[in-house]
Design a protein around this ligand. Structure first.
Ligand SMILES: NC(=O)C1=CN([C@@H]2O[C@H](COP(=O)(O)OP(=O)(O)OC[C@H]3O[C@@H](n4cnc5c(N)ncnc54)[C@H](O)[C@@H]3O)[C@@H](O)[C@H]2O)C=CC1
Ligand SMILES: NCC(=O)COP(=O)(O)O
Length: 329
């Protein structure tokens, strides 16, 4: 039986609802059934802002979304309606709570195998916190609620695939997170992710932590003492791993085709190169979950929320990626 692809709400004060409506209303979008999990009033407001002419159909089960025609959008409502005049572009506990509830519903439905995949517009981490949610982002909520002890964040566009050793932590904590276990885990996840892309023997390149990957110990010891042994351990498992390579040139080399996937040591090391190539085609994929989850690579764009100008390309790419991944499972 075909299952709907769930679109969570994201932060309703951000661009997420507008992106959902733009995507759903576009006749050229992937032809899969969609299920938005969110607030009907907020989505109606967004549909009007983007002048999509989209019809929204309230449903009470994900299965009911299968009967909704492609030109309309099925919406599974949340428990508490949001005010139709929720301010745009502001951190709001009500928005954080709605984003969280939408994601939790999606995770539960994915675990029950009632949806094909979860595709997420952006949420705002401060709004989550304002709502009393003690997780920094989607990835951590997905892992905890699905009882998955280890996951990894991967960002991919047409030119780069990058998997992170640590995610939403301070730079100080990210350095402390460079451990033999974390390195080997990231290498295994990168290998697994590369294979999921259909690459028989993915070439996994590991970025160094320090300038010039430590330059023989001149600029720190972690590269030689922690990262290099983990790479050797991965090689012993049959993974085509190499490095640690200097972080300032590894992405250029990967983009030129030398490597299939890069393991980056911390959030900004990995995400800057991907986003610098443009936020319109990047997709965020959570590796290691028992279901498919993809996401936009950009944030809530509070500065343009409510204007109807946000570019839905990354959400489109996230849906396309989810469809491709579901097809492979
Ligand atoms: N997948 C997710 O849930 C993500 C959430 N975030 C969160 O979003 C919030 C805001 O993050 P920022 O650092 O301000 O980054 P941001 O990505 O929201 O904004 C950075 C710049 O990119 C522009 N931009 C972003 N998306 C756009 C789109 N679709 N079309 C046109 N322009 C777009 C914005 O207008 C802004 O100028 C934070 O709470 C952050 O943690 C950030 C990244 C991913
Ligand atoms: N920088 C990526 C980001 O913040 C998105 O993280 P997540 O909410 O998908 O965990």
């Amino acid at each position: 039986m075909s299952l709907p692809f769930a679109l969570t709400l994201g932060d309703p004060a951000g661009v997420g609802p507008e992106l959902i409506c733009k995507l759903a209303a576009d006749p050229a979008r992937p032809k899969v059934p969609l299920l938005a999990i969110g607030d009907l009033g907020i989505l109606r407001r967004a549909a009007a802002i983007v002048a999509s002419g989209l019809t929204l159909v309230a449903v009470d089960t994900p299965e009911a979304a299968l009967s909704v025609p492609l030109g309309a959008l099925a919406v599974l409502p949340l428990s508490v309606p949001l005010p139709d005049d929720l301010p745009f572009g502001k951190v709001d506990a009500r928005a954080g709570a709605a984003a969280y509830e939408s994601l939790c519903i999606a995770i539960d439905l994915a675990m029950e195998k009632r949806i094909a995949a979860i595709v997420t517009p952006p949420l705002h981490k401060e709004a989550l916190k304002a709502a009393g949610v003690h997780f920094p982002g989607h990835t951590e909520i997905l892992a905890a609620r699905s009882n998955t002890p280890e996951v990894a964040m991967m960002l991919a566009n047409e030119e780069l695939r990058v998997l992170l050793v640590s995610i939403h932590v301070s730079l100080r904590d990210a350095i402390a997170a460079v451990t033999p276990e974390a390195e080997l885990r990231a290498l295994r996840f990168a290998h697994q992710a590369g294979k999921a892309y259909g690459i028989a023997r993915p070439r996994v390149a590991v970025a160094g932590l320090n300038p010039h990957a430590g330059e023989g110990g001149l600029f720190g010891h972690e590269d030689a003492e922690i990262i290099a042994p983990a790479i050797a351990a991965a090689q012993a498992e049959g993974i085509d791993a190499s490095g640690p390579w200097p972080g300032d040139t590894i992405f250029m080399r990967a983009r030129r085709g030398e490597f299939d996937i890069v393991v980056a040591q911390y959030h900004d090391q990995g995400l800057i190169p991907v986003k610098y190539l443009g936020i319109d085609h990047g997709v965020n994929i959570t590796v290691g979950l028992p279901f498919v989850r993809t996401s936009v690579d950009h944030g809530t764009a509070f500065d343009i929320a409510g204007t109807g100008t946000a570019d839905a390309s990354s959400l489109w790419a996230a849906l396309e990626q989810a469809v491709a991944m579901v097809g492979e499972t």
